[in-house]
Design a protein around this ligand. Structure first.
Ligand code: NAD
Length: 251
């Protein structure tokens, strides 16, 4: 069997209706997975489910809500019989200088980033334990690694996710649950908004990518996430993988 296949895997993708999450949902289904998509965007979620058929169940919900994580896991088990892969992709934040960021701005970044990741991991644990080669893929950001200006709350949430992922990788390794982090760079609606608000920062970031372009969610990022979800990556855990055209080189 093609080791890259995701045949038979049952997956949750948060923020899976559009952007990088939408690309992940499409590629995973193309490689044989079945996906519970959790997203706030009702229209995009239903459209994706209609496009991809029985392989996708759309669950409208806010990832900050612990009950949504429990429902997503229950839905995966009810519809697909198991849960093998959790992709914690959704997150939102507001960009402004550190001293202007309010408690509300911090809560948004932490609730949709760090706490959503924690809640989905905890809700998924009992089912992932039964999988045999489970994979959790969390999302970090070059903004955290580089200290990108105007991203204090977001960078803090993303670096906290990396710390949590390393601890969980160690604690859950005996359960055959791998935990890795992807830091992507891809032109999505979220980034387009940022590019519009901060055109100089966007132009600078795109020009600085060694591979010479801002990534494409389908061609450049989703395949790296699919690799981490596949049995090909069975000896890989606790890692941060840069899907960013070479922008950041971790040592
Ligand atoms: N695009 C990039 O270049 C880039 C760079 C670094 C990190 N990231 C990270 O990659 C991930 C995906 O980024 P993206 O650019 O595709 O984002 P995006 O904003 O384009 O899409 C995010 C998706 O999550 C959904 N969503 C947002 N808030 C939600 C909530 N509270 N509950 C449920 N769903 C919610 C949105 O509806 C959307 O479908 C994020 O974690 C982001 O921080 C992206």
């Amino acid at each position: 069997m093609d080791p890259q296949t995701l045949q038979g895997k049952s997956v949750i993708v948060t923020g899976g209706a559009s952007g990088i999450g939408g690309a992940i949902t499409r590629l995973f289904v193309a490689r044989g997975a079945r996906v519970v998509v959790v997203d706030l965007q009702q229209e995009a979620g239903h459209a994706l489910a209609a496009e991809l058929g029985d392989a996708v169940v759309f669950l409208r919900g806010d990832v900050s809500d612990r009950a949504v994580a429990d429902t997503a896991v229950a839905t995966a088990v009810e519809r697909f019989g198991s849960l093998d892969v959790l992709v914690n992709n959704a997150s939102v934040s507001r960009q402004k200088p550190f001293e202007e960021q309010t408690d509300d701005d911090w809560n948004l970044a932490m609730d949709t980033g760090l706490y959503a990741t924690r809640n989905f991991m905890l809700a998924a644990l009992p089912e992932l334990t039964k999988s045999g080669n489970a994979s959790v893929i969390n999302f970090g950001s070059g903004a955290g690694l580089n200290g990108q200006p105007n991203q204090a709350s977001y960078a803090a949430a993303k670096e906290a996710i990396r710390g949590l992922s390393r601890v969980a990788a160690n604690e859950w390794a005996p359960l055959d649950i791998r935990v890795n982090v992807v830091c992507p760079m891809a032109l999505t609606a979220g980034v387009a908004k940022w590019a519009e608000a901060r055109p100089e920062q966007y132009a600078q970031s795109a020009a600085a990518v060694p591979l010479g372009r801002f990534g494409d969610p389908d061609r450049d990022v989703a395949p790296i996430v699919a690799f981490l979800a596949s049995d090909d990556a069975q000896y890989m855990t606790g890692q941060t993988v840069m899907a960013d055209g070479g922008s950041v080189k971790l040592r």
